[in-house]
Write a protein that binds this ligand. Structure first.
Ligand SMILES: *[C@@H]1O[C@H](CO)[C@@H](O)[C@H](O)[C@H]1NC(C)=O
Length: 435
C-alpha cells in the first residue's frame, strides 16, 4: 500500500511546556461562510490529469482542496493578497503553508517544489509571528528570537512541516458574501520554513501550498472560527467535470432530509479528532458480530485528508473473508488477485466487464447508539479496467494502529459536524446536485 494512502492525520506536535487551558480566541466574524471544495478529479484541481482516458484506472490518492487568500500586500495603490491551494483535512488541526523563509539554503530550511512562490510574509502588512509566550504555543518551542516554533507530522511520514506559528488575515472566496470574498483577521497558522511533501509527483507544477486543518483541535480553522457547525459533501470520482461543492459553516449549512445522528467522542484524549464509536461491521447489511477486541479501542477517525480508509488488521481480516465468501465462493465469478495493484486486494472478474452489478457487496459500519453508515459498493471498491479485464479493488486498507474513514468512502454522503452539541449527522446525498 506504499503511496496509496495519503493520510493527513494529525500525528504529533513537539511538546515542550505545559500550560493551563486556553481562553477561546476572540470572535471576529459572522458565522456563515461557504467555501468551494475542489475535488481531485475537477479540471480546477492541481491533481487533475486531463490526459487520462479512464480516470478510474488511476489510484485515487489525491485530496480535496480549498483556495484561500492570505496576507495584505501593497502592490502600487492596490491592496492585494496571495492565493494558495490547501488540502482540506478534518484529520489535523494546524493550518500551514510554505513561507519564503523556506528558500534559505541551509540544513534548517527547505521548500518542496511548488508552482506559486512561497508566501512572502515579510511583504504582508498583517503578518505577525507569534511569541513562544502565546497561549496557543503550548505545543511548540521557542527559537533564539523568541518566536514560537511548531512541527507537524502526519501518519504517512512523507509530509511534515516546521515553522513559525503566526497570525495573518485570510480571505475566502465565499458565495455567501456580497463582495465575493470574506475576510477573517488574525488567524493563527504555521508559516513553514522546513517542509516535506514526498507524495507529490509533478515537480515544479505542484500547486499544493499546505494544509487547511479542520479537526476539532485547538489550532484548526474550526476552533478559531465563530461558526461551530459545518458541512461538506464530496462528489464521487466517477462524476466527470464535477460541479462545485461547498464547505459550509453555521447559517450556511443546509439541513439533510434523510439522516442519522451519531455522537462525536469528546474525551480529553480524543477531542482533537472527529472520532465515532464503532461497534460492529457488516456486509450487505448483515452484521459480522466482530469480536470487540478486533476493533481495538473501537474508535473510527473521520478524516477528509486521507484518501482511503484504514481498518485494524483483525477486523480487516474478518471483512475480507466475508467478501471472499461472497465474491469468490458464492458467485464463482471472481478470483482474488492481490499482487496486481500495490498490495491492494483486488477481485478479478472472470467474465467480461460488467461494472458495479448487483453482486458487488456493500459494507456497513455500526455505531454506538444505533446509527449505521451503509457504504454502497462504489464507496468500497475501485473498479479498474485493463483491456477487457475488470478488477474490483478493496479500498479499505489494513492497519496496525487505527480505524479511519477516508475521503473515497465518504463520497455522496453529506456530513454535518456540530462541535457545540458533539454530534455528527450524515445521510446519503447526490453531492453533485446538492452540497
Ligand atoms: C520530514 O520528512 C522527511 C522526508 O520524509 C524526513 O527526512 C524528515 O526527517 C522529517 N522531519 C521531521 C521533523 O520528522
Amino acid at each position: 500500500m506504499k503511496m496509496m494512502i495519503l493520510a493527513f492525520f494529525f500525528f504529533l506536535m513537539v511538546l515542550s511546556s505545559t500550560s493551563s487551558p486556553l481562553p477561546p480566541p476572540p470572535p471576529s466574524l459572522s458565522d456563515g461562510l461557504s467555501l468551494e471544495l475542489i475535488p481531485p478529479h475537477s479540471p480546477k484541481s492541481p491533481f487533475y490529469h486531463s490526459n487520462l482516458v479512464n480516470p478510474l484506472v488511476s489510484p485515487y490518492k489525491q485530496g480535496v482542496v480549498v483556495k484561500i487568500g492570505i496576507g495584505t500586500i501593497d502592490i502600487e495603490d492596490d491592496v492585494a493578497y496571495k492565493s494558495y491551494l490547501l488540502v482540506f483535512d478534518t484529520g489535523s488541526d494546524l493550518i500551514w503553508i510554505q513561507c519564503e523563509e523556506c528558500k534559505i539554503q541551509d540544513e534548517n530550511h527547505r521548500c518542496y517544489p511548488q508552482k506559486e512562490e512561497p508566501f512572502p510574509d515579510s511583504k504582508s502588512r498583517t503578518y505577525q509571528p507569534l511569541p513562544s509566550s502565546y497561549p496557543l504555543c503550548k505545543y511548540g518551542r521557542s527559537d533564539e528570537k523568541g518566536r514560537c516554533i511548531y512541527t507537524v507530522k502526519y501518519k504517512t511520514g512523507s509530509i511534515n512541516s516546521t515553522g513559525v506559528l503566526s497570525s495573518e488575515t485570510f480571505r475566502f472566496l465565499s458565495t455567501s458574501s456580497p463582495s465575493g470574498t470574506e475576510k477573517v483577521r488574525e488567524i493563527v497558522f504555521g508559516c513553514g520554513y522546513k517542509n516535506y511533501d514526498d507524495d507529490r509527483n509533478d515537480g515544479d507544477a505542484y500547486q499544493i501550498a499546505g494544509i487547511f486543518g479542520m479537526s476539532p483541535g485547538p489550532l484548526s480553522f474550526l476552533s478559531q472560527y465563530k461558526g461551530k457547525k459545518f458541512s461538506y459533501c464530496m462528489v464521487p470520482r466517477h462524476v466527470k467535470n464535477p460541479p462545485p461543492t461547498y464547505l459550509r459553516f453555521a447559517s450556511e449549512v443546509k439541513p439533510l432530509t434523510r439522516f442519522q445522528t451519531v455522537d462525536l467522542l469528546m474525551t480529553k484524549a480524543t477531542k482533537s479528532l472527529f472520532i465515532l464509536q464503532l461497534e460492529d461491521l457488516g456486509v450487505n447489511g448483515k452484521r459480522l458480530r466482530i469480536d470487540r477486541r478486533r476493533l481495538g479501542n473501537q474508535q473510527l477517525v473521520v478524516d477528509s485528508g486521507s484518501t482511503n480508509s484504514l481498518m485494524l488488521n483483525g477486523a480487516h481480516e474478518k471483512l475480507v473473508s466475508k467478501l471472499d465468501s461472497i465474491l469468490i465462493t458464492a458467485t464463482g465469478d471472481f478470483k482474488k488477485d492481490v499482487v496486481t495493484f500495490e498490495d491492494q486486494i483486488c477481485y478479478k472478474r472472470m467474465r467480461k466487464p460488467q461494472g458495479f452489478t448487483a453482486n458487488i457487496p456493500s459494507v456497513n459500519y455500526y455505531f454506538k447508539g444505533g446509527a449505521h453508515l451503509d457504504l454502497p459498493p462504489q464507496n468500497v471498491f475501485v473498479q479498474k479496467l485493463k483491456r477487457n479485464t475488470e478488477w474490483f479493488c478493496f479500498n479499505i486498507f489494513p492497519d496496525q494502529q487505527m480505524n479511519l474513514l477516508g475521503a473515497y468512502q465518504q463520497a455522496d454522503f453529506k456530513f454535518i459536524f456540530d462541535i457545540k452539541k458533539n454530534k455528527l449527522q450524515f445521510g446519503p446525498e447526490n453531492c453533485a446536485q446538492n452540497s
